[in-house]
Design a protein around this ligand. Sequence first.
Ligand SMILES: Nc1ncnc2c1ncn2[C@@H]1O[C@H](COP(=O)(O)OP(=O)(O)OP(=O)(O)O)[C@@H](O)[C@H]1O
Length: 238
Amino acid sequence: MNNSAPIIACRQLSRHFHQGESTIVALDNVDLDVAFGEFVSLSGPSGSGKTTLLNAIGGLDRPDKGQITVEGQRLDQLSSNALAKLRLHSIGFVFQAYNLIPVLTAEENVSFVMQVQGMSAAQRRERALAVLQEVGLDDHADRRPAELSGGQQQRVAVARAIASGPRLVLADEPTANLDSHSAAELMALFTRLNEQHGITFVIATHDPRVMACTTRRITMIDGRIDTDRPQEPRPMEP
Ligand SMILES: Nc1ncnc2c1ncn2[C@@H]1O[C@H](COP(=O)(O)OP(=O)(O)OP(=O)(O)O)[C@@H](O)[C@H]1O
């Protein structure tokens, strides 16, 4: 794979939703390239298309028109099996609701995904503990989600997202349910994963402090990209 090629390339993406008589234009001819290793925020008013764009890039939803290439693979040309594989191995997802399985411990929540990926139990345990250590939670590996704070649950969700070693993480309002201290910790973790491991992040957010942490700031309006600028990142104050 040629690393000078973008990790994400979107061409003329459009997505419409039909509600009764009316048509909602969620994405309107979006063109977007994101290079390997970028740290990007996506902001804009509610309904401007951020989630729709992330879901399309992550292969969770198909656009009506246009093309998406992720790590050199055209999503519209992949079989559903190949798309599921790409989602499982190459893209990490982090959501506003942490989406952990309540009856499983932190370690089991992380290793569950690797089980689906076909790793042995010993490999899973080793890898789960390594990624929990990466997010600062190896000493909480045996706790269930209800025994963890919101910030800790979100960090378990990050450990799960990076367990398979993806080069791309898509995060949809990851700090929306967090207090400002936990949000700052999460953004420091994202920054470290970006700088030290080269993981590309695209983060949809309404929080101006999250936008300020990133090195490229994209705003959307009415399903279109409105502004797109590089910036000097400003770490979030705890
Ligand atoms: N499954 C759906 N069915 C109908 N309309 C939808 C669906 N998903 C999204 N939309 C509409 O598409 C538009 C874009 O929605 P989207 O969720 O992408 O916006 P957003 O910028 O992420 O908003 P928010 O900041 O509130 O999360 C909105 O008008 C929304 O109501």
